[in-house]
Design a protein around this ligand. Sequence first.
Ligand SMILES: C[S@@+](CC[C@H](N)C(=O)[O-])C[C@H]1O[C@@H](n2cnc3c(N)ncnc32)[C@H](O)[C@@H]1O
Length: 203
Amino acid sequence: MLIGVGLGPGSPELLTLKAVETLKKSHKVYVPGRMAAELVAPYAEAEILDFPMLTDYNVLNEVWTKNAELIAEESRHNLVSFGLIGDPNFFSTFTHLKRVMNRLYPDVETATIPGISSITSFASRADAEVDASFEVSDGSEKAYKIVLKATRPLEIIDSMKKEGYNKFTFAQRLFMDDEIIIKELKKIPEKGNYFSIVFGQKE
Ligand SMILES: C[S@@+](CC[C@H](N)C(=O)[O-])C[C@H]1O[C@@H](n2cnc3c(N)ncnc32)[C@H](O)[C@@H]1O
């Protein structure tokens, strides 16, 4: 299994217990750069995989393909981690590696362990509370929306459809014993409880 492990924003004190446990039991740990390697160092010796900061999609795709090829065989039979700064699903190198791995080597299982993202770290360090809707952008077009407190998921989805969203996930009580994650629109219930989220995508 190939698992993307969020290492938090850069402080050795901000790794999760699950991240530490996973790094310790990994057969091999890869990272995209020195900062991530240093965060991993107390728990495992990490190998730096080259992920150059390029904008040419074709060249980038070649690099991701080469790296996926390199990791595929050992990930098929062992626990292999890829540690990265922040969270592995937010503006992350791992997203691309995972996508290429899933396409070229569908028999290699993939997963992620959430990390403390720069998005929430910023609010803590800068004493900047967020208590209403907000936007996070890297300059690209807006293609995702996360709605918290989604107690009326279908009403929320109806209004998101008008904004151009066309793919939806409903999540309730994440990481709890009675966690629910529904990706099929027709199975999403009319009501959710307080710990509910609707995630919309434009595809
Ligand atoms: C490729 S994104 C990685 C985001 C990361 N996966 C996350 O969840 O925070 C890189 C950007 O994240 C932000 N970032 C990540 N760690 C940061 C930190 N410790 N302090 C400030 N910004 C940070 C910066 O804006 C940086 O350009």
